[in-house]
Design a protein. Structure first.
Length: 579
């Protein structure tokens, strides 16, 4: 080989430089006629003929000899590719070929890229900056990998070049990287997707999602693999799946009735055993059924409205309501919670509004206990109120008795004291009526109590009549005492200014209220006006006007032949109608 120094020197001159790099000289028939020591060290071959076929394939050599068309316009030809040496090691070579001036020889300068493409900085920077591992595979195995792919494989590029992708396929017999023939049918530019477990050379195992793209044809055919590490995603999916399974077990075992409904159709997508027990069916039989299949047909409209309310509410907002199903002893009370589980933006754009979760808790026993406690509290309150009213009545009657005693001792004060006694008794009679009743008092009962009390105080016989229908008119608690005092004053005036035993009281009913008429024999003073313009009766009517409620009442006093008529008209809110 050293005897070929002159052709090598000539070849170096043809290439325009003397170089320590690997150098070959070809004869016109394609034989390698000379090579320098750098080439021998690179190839590791004892005979040039062992490597000649590989280089001829790389250079696209033809049997009939060198083809001038291979050369570029500048008289050179460039190629790049993978060549294996006698020891099976792969070398990524950059080759420059030039023909001698006389056409007798071809000289080839070989630069070993070492599989790293160190010289192609722009391409390396571009591919190494992506997060996806990129691997190029040719006929002799792996040709090149970017940095993310090297990190995935856990090895340097030099350790992987020329080897099959099976080095990271692990022991699985069906691993996609163990069967490259599955990608053999890919047409140029066509891609195939897969997911597999990578067994890195440094001992790590992780999942990747990959795409394989075919380029070139024949010996120039390459497969480029793009690998994305999805191990974290799969771990998250596994954790999420485990969480869903755990949640499903909890939901199925929960004593609450839990159902998941499609937001658009309201149909049941999933139901736990508690919900199925309510419906008397199996959970799988409820799938697709409307929500009223669980709570009964009477709940259909209400449940549909509740689901729509949940859909209009913010995502995560809880809608609460109480649902009663059944009647009588079979009535059940459910506490419902509705939660809108909204879909993502793509789901909403596709017409999927998500799901609605309904959680129902049977609170029938709880509500019954609460109602019982409320009834007990009301009964206790009524008992206490009756006791208080009874004591007030007794105390007022005691005050009236004291006043009557004072009148007997002081005859000169008997008349004003008698009026005060009548007023105290009127209030006492109202409290006496409240002892046996709660809330509003009957208007007729109040009038009869006042008239009876005044008759006993004044020693008179007073008549009191009631027209049909007056029983339905009641005096509210707040108005009972003022109206009782008003009636007391009017009846007292009638007794004072009328003939003995000639006072007549009557209650009449109207469509929107009632009226009380008090008639006595007598005459009104000249120029009397019931609105107070000329009050002939002094402070009596003044007290009436002060006591009479401002709303729903009207007082008129007029002369009717030889009798005086005092009339109190009562409308709401001074009176209320019994239910």
């Amino acid at each position: 080989m050293r005897d070929a120094a002159d052709p090598l020197l000539e070849a170096a001159a043809w290439l325009g430089e003397l170089t320590p790099q690997a150098l070959l000289c070809f004869a016109p028939d394609g034989r390698v006629v000379a090579a320098n020591a750098a080439f021998e060290a690179l190839g590791g071959a004892q005979h040039l003929d062992e490597l000649a076929p590989a280089f001829q394939r790389l250079l696209g050599w033809r049997a009939e000899g060198p083809v001038p068309e291979l050369l570029e316009p500048d008289g050179q030809w460039r190629a790049e590719g993978l060549v294996a040496d006698a020891h099976g090691r792969a070398h990524h070579l950059f080759v420059r070929v030039r023909c001698s001036p006389d056409g007798a020889h071809l000289a080839a300068l070989l630069e070993d890229q070492g599989g790293h493409h160190e010289r192609d900085l722009a391409r390396q920077a571009e591919l190494d900056s992506v997060l996806v591992g990129i691997v190029t595979v040719g006929a002799l195995g792996i040709e090149w990998m970017n940095r993310p792919a090297r990190r995935m494989f856990g090895a340097h590029l030099a350790h992987c070049v020329g080897r099959s992708l099976e080095i990271v396929a692990g022991p699985e017999p069906g691993h996609p990287l163990r069967h490259p023939q599955r990608f053999a049918s890919l047409a140029e530019g066509e891609a195939a997707s897969f997911e597999c477990l990578i067994h890195a050379l440094d001992g790590r195992n992780f999942w990747v999602a990959g795409n394989a793209v075919a380029t070139g044809q024949g010996e120039a055919r390459r497969l480029t693999f793009a690998l994305l590490d999805i191990d974290r995603r799969r771990e998250a999916e596994a954790r999420l799946e485990a969480a869903h399974a755990s949640l499903a077990r909890i939901i199925d075992a929960a004593p609450l009735a839990i159902t998941l409904h499609d937001a658009r159709t309201h149909g049941v997508e999933r139901a736990n055993q508690a919900a199925a027990d309510i419906a008397g069916r199996q959970p799988e039989d409820l799938v697709g059924a409307p929500p009223e299949a669980i709570f009964g047909p009477a709940s259909a409209r209400g449940l549909a409205a509740d689901i729509e309310r949940a859909l209009r509410a913010d995502i995560g907002a809880v809608i609460e309501r109480e649902l009663r199903a059944g009647a009588g002893a079979a009535e059940r009370v459910w506490d419902l919670r509705l939660l809108h589980l909204g879909g993502n933006s793509q789901d909403v754009a596709a017409g999927d509004a998500g799901q609605v979760l309904i959680v129902a808790s049977d609170v029938t026993a709880q509500r019954a206990a609460e109602a019982e406690r409320l009834r007990d509290a009301i009964a206790q309150r009524e008992l206490l109120v009756r006791e208080v009213h009874h004591r007030i009545k007794n105390n007022l009657q005691g005050v009236a008795g004291l006043l009557q005693g004072a009148a007997a001792r002081r005859p000169e004060l008997a008349e004003p004291i008698r009026e005060a006694v009548g007023q105290v008794n009127a209030i006492a009679q109202v409290y006496g009526l409240r002892v046996g009743a709660a809330g509003a008092l009957p208007l007729l009962g109040v009038l009869q109590a006042v008239v009876g009390s005044l008759g006993r105080v004044h020693g008179r016989v007073l008549q009191c009549e009631a027209a049909p229908g007056v029983e339905r008119w009641l005096l509210p608690e707040a108005e009972a005492i003022p109206i009782a005092l008003t009636l007391n004053e009017l009846v007292t005036n009638a007794i004072k200014h009328g003939a003995p035993n000639a006072v007549h009281c009557r209650v009449d009913a109207a469509r929107d209220g009632a009226s009380v008429s008090i008639v006595n024999a007598g005459r009104l003073p000249a120029g009397f006006e019931s609105d107070g313009g000329a009050d002939a009766s002094g402070s009596g009517l003044g007290l009436v006007r002060a006591l009479l409620p401002r709303r729903g009442t009207k007082l008129t006093i007029e002369q009717r032949d030889t009798k005086v008529l005092a009339r109190v008209e009562l409308r709401a809110p001074a009176v209320t109608e019994a239910a």
